[in-house]
Write a protein that binds this ligand. Sequence first.
Ligand code: HGY
Ligand code: MN
Ligand code: MN
Length: 419
Amino acid sequence: MKPLALSPEDIAALGRRAEAMLEELAAISAEPERLVRLYLTPEYRRAADLIAQWMQEAGLDVFEDELGNVRGRIGKPPYLLLGSHFDTVLDAGRYDGPLGIVAPILAVDAFSRAKQEPPCGIDVVAFGDEEGSRFPSTLSTSAGVAGKFDAKQLDLKDKDGITYAEALKAYGKDAGKISSAAIPASEAAGYLEMHIEQGPVLETAGEPLGVVTAIAGQTRLQMTLTGEAGHAGTVPMNLRKDALAGAAEITLLAEKVAAEFKKNSMVATVGRMEVSPGAINIIPGVVRFTLDLRSASDESRNRAIEQFERQAKEIAARRHLGYAADVIHRIATTPCHEKMQARLAEAIKAVGANPLKLTSGAGHDGIMMSAICPIVMLFVRCRGGVSHNPAEYASPADMGVAIAAFIRFIEQFKPDLKS
Ligand code: HGY
Ligand code: MN
Ligand code: MN
């Protein structure tokens, strides 16, 4: 097909439109002072309606599946799947997720404006639960689209004790029909996700765009240390069973283990900690906290977790604390398809950029989509590498070039990558 004519002004305009759409979406939040948009909440509903409106305006046939993903289709299967998520972390940036929804909508809109059908069927998917900010799950709705939804998720509770199943029902969905959200593998020809890099590699290299080669594997633990609450003024230090002091030592252990496995780009984070009873004059009796451990090497990640748990138990025993840990998420490193990478590199070159290759330390919905089709991701330069933070920023210029590369990828795409 004749490539769409995209002048430098057209490309710049695409970036400005993306910025305006992201700003409109970022205004839909549970809190006025910071961006918080959790799966199946009223603000999630408002955001879903706005995304559906944009999809419709771009010429997509829009529907919502039984997990609350917003889907926009054009053409016939097998589809090139394009998408990302619109749930957010707490106090989020506006690009993490939504950039990967706005970009395909603008790409399809460019074909519609040129009165050209995209050369292949397209399914734009706005996923609902990538971050796992509401329920202790992650990637649950892309798992649903990949036909891998784990029904045990339905019993997970949010911080108010509402289960995933109750939230789905309140949102007007039928958990008994979740399997209808799945796209048959035969209809999924490939998946491309655009995402802000969330790291400093592209900016350091002076490049606007990157081709993701693999998405790092992750292990997440929910740990509980049980000591003895006591009077802060009367219990001598050597007789205490201080759960928070133990959690602090184990948090430093996580740092030490990650440093020991540095060569495998190991990162370890204790991101959430609940202290009880949580009063200034009571020795903490129970602490619940999380570990998020990642590496591009599954073998070293598994060794690191074993070492961490062994040494964490030693710390707990020495402090006379009970130690319990559940693995709440474990996923292997996901390679991106070589040919999809090569095609994306060609599309990036076609718009005059250099296709820098890099791995993703962040997890993405593409992990789940790799179960049914070849995947690849297009990273966009991230100012200062800052993300999961309201200071997160991608420039309209970079977003415009990224969307132009997206359009070139769609134009060249053929559903011939599945054996
Ligand atoms: O945690 C992650 O990697 C992703 O942002 N959910
Ligand atoms: Mn994120
Ligand atoms: Mn994300």
